[in-house]
Design a protein around this ligand. Structure first.
Ligand SMILES: [Zn+2]
Length: 338
């Protein structure tokens, strides 16, 4: 089968490799769709922190936002999984430690992350092997595009829920990328008045095209009371800015990661009586995201700008827009395309 492999920073190949065999407890997925995300770009550039920390090394096969159909299962796995459409949790805890036993497998110290950490190959290939315990069923109303958007959606749903906004509340989202726009969609579905702050007019125009009327740059951001602020940017200064902008007794949610330390002053946090929440991973939000997509409560499909084959992934990671790409921030890969 074919697989996209990063062999070193900015070096890659589409390789012909053996089809994976289902180990005990694992399922083999025929991959339908894979999202390319900022983490993948950090690997491409060699900047991803896990590379420095020893949690990941080249060569690496990326791909952690995926969906597909189960084609084989290993020993100990219910064979009725075969033929089911699924997506999978990126986070694979060891299942035995204190954190895993408490339901926090997404922060297991020994965890693998599919396509990210611990040598667990990702979905940028014809087929993917994952533990059956990481699978989540997709209903028929969740098509392959939505299926590959469940993982970023789960992160975003958790951020939107952590902001605790609904009818009568005003939310500001910093950073109108995929995660920021998804947070905005989930918060809007919950009834909140959603504002977005961005840098480029193109990204703000795109947010506006999704029905968000309150889109701003720093130059024109109105001095409104924001009940919650979500930082979904990669700017080191914005976590502190979020704390400046939020109303006293409000909530700040940190889901974006900067390439440099992004500090806040806890005196401001205490004196404003603000609650701060950090979000890593989609895991506890996956099922609720699938349900929101299945009912059409949230439909993020316009975020996908283009769907490319494995041969175009390297150029996409290098920042090149595929020919004919739409204005959305997300690139999808269909390994079956040549
Ligand atoms: Zn664990």
């Amino acid at each position: 089968m074919r697989a996209f492999v990063l062999t070193a920073p900015r070096e890659y190949a589409v390789q012909e490799i053996p089809v994976p065999v289902a180990a005990p407890g694992e399922a083999i997925i025929d991959v339908e769709r894979v999202g390319v995300c900022g983490t993948d770009v950090e690997f491409f550039n060699g900047e991803m922190a896990y590379l420095q920390e020893g949690h990941a090394r080249f060569p690496i096969r990326l791909g952690h936002e995926w969906c597909g159909t189960v084609s084989r299962v290993g020993d100990g796995v219910d064979p009725t999984w075969i033929g089911r459409r699924v997506m999978g949790d990126t986070m694979l805890g060891d299942g035995v430690c204190r954190r895993c036993r408490r339901g926090h497998h997404h922060v297991c110290a020994q965890r693998q992350e599919v396509g990210v950490r611990g040598g667990r190959a990702g979905a940028l290939a014809d087929k993917l092997a994952v533990p059956a315990t990481s699978l989540h069923l997709l209903p028929d109303t969740v098509d392959p595009v939505l299926g590959a958007l469940v993982e970023p959606g789960g992160n975003s749903l958790r951020a939107a829920r952590a902001a605790r906004v609904g009818l009568g509340h005003r939310l500001l989202v910093l950073g109108p990328g995929t995660i920021g726009l998804l947070v905005a969609m989930f918060a809007r579905a919950a009834g909140a008045e959603v504002h977005l702050l961005g840098l480029s007019q193109e990204s703000l125009d795109f947010a506006h095209s999704l029905g968000f009327d309150h889109v701003w740059t720093e130059a024109d951001l109105p001095g409104l009371p924001f009940d919650a602020v979500v930082d979904a940017s990669n700017a080191a200064a914005l976590p502190a800015r979020a704390l400046d902008l939020v109303e006293p007794a409000g909530r700040v949610v940190y889901i974006g990661l900067a390439g440099a330390p992004s500090r806040i002053d806890t005196r401001a946090l205490a004196l404003k009586d603000v609650t701060a929440v950090g979000i890593l991973s989609a895991s506890p939000g996956l099922d609720e995201t699938i349900a929101a997509y299945a009912t059409g409560e949230v439909d993020p499909r316009p975020l996908v700008a283009a769907t490319i084959g494995l041969d175009q992934v390297g150029l996409a990671l290098a920042g090149e827009r595929p020919a004919g790409a739409g204005p959305g921030p997300k690139i999808h890969v269909d390994p079956r395309l040549t």
